[in-house]
Design a protein around this ligand. Structure first.
Ligand SMILES: [Fe+2]
Length: 227
């Protein structure tokens, strides 16, 4: 049997963060304990990619339907603890528009919606573990009831494994954003190296700003959970 090295808690989110009230509602107040999954849970239904169909590999649109904002190409590689591609992983992605507004009734931010921007996609990793999304760079937005604190531009990710119970929800950040330094969610990860693994790498190309992001789904270098 292969022994799995436990993760260093400093590489994961601290969960409930002082100064960010909403984390108290999103994280358990007590330490997690491991509950082994039952045979029935692990047995099925499997092949999530057959049940969740991909939608929208392009959130930016074209011509008269083009979303407002800086065009970017987000190239995410889903890998396991050894850097091997996780082919077939179902990856859901969502982010706000260029003005920092989500299409969601709970978003009370006084920013304009963009009729040409929906903000969510579902993709399936190819044989190299790659998912590609053409989109616009999201804006920053203020956190409600949090004393003037603004979230930096970020993209939410949900990755499904082979079974429904296997799921990682995390966030990706953009390099060079001053708001990254103060973001309570990113800085709830105390280890600087683990924090930097949540920040994509800018690869300028002729027609796009390409952002490369490596999403490690498990192991000691696994992406921290960030709901
Ligand atoms: Fe967000």
């Amino acid at each position: 049997m292969i022994a799995i090295e436990p993760r260093d808690p400093r590489t994961q989110s601290q969960g409930v963060e002082p100064g960010y009230e909403q984390t108290g509602k999103r994280w358990p107040s007590q330490a997690l304990c491991r509950r082994p999954q039952t045979a029935a849970e692990l047995a099925g239904p499997i092949a999530v990619e057959r049940r969740l169909q991909p939608v929208r590999g392009d959130l930016a649109g074209h011509g008269a339907k083009r979303a407002i904002g800086q065009l970017i190409h987000l190239r995410t590689r889903v890998v396991d603890e050894d850097g091997a591609p996780v082919a077939g992983a179902v990856v859901e992605v969502w982010h706000c528009n260029a003005a920092g507004k989500y299409i969601h009734p709970n978003d009370t931010h006084d920013a304009p919606p963009d009729p040409n921007f929906y903000g969510a996609a579902r993709l399936v990793a190819d044989g190299e573990g790659l998912v590609e999304l053409r989109t616009i760079k999201p804006g920053a937005y203020p956190v409600p009831d949090a004393g003037g604190w603004w979230r930096p531009p970020h993209v939410h990710f949900s990755v499904w494994g082979r079974v429904w119970l296997s799921r990682l929800v995390t966030q990706m950040f953009f390099p060079g954003e001053p708001l990254n330094e103060k973001d309570a969610i990113l800085n709830a990860i105390r280890d600087p190296q683990a924090r930097s693994s949540c920040i994509a790498r800018l690869v300028p190309a002729d027609n796009y700003l390409i952002y490369d992001y490596q999403l490690v789904v498990r192991g000691r270098k696994g992406a921290p959970a960030m709901p």
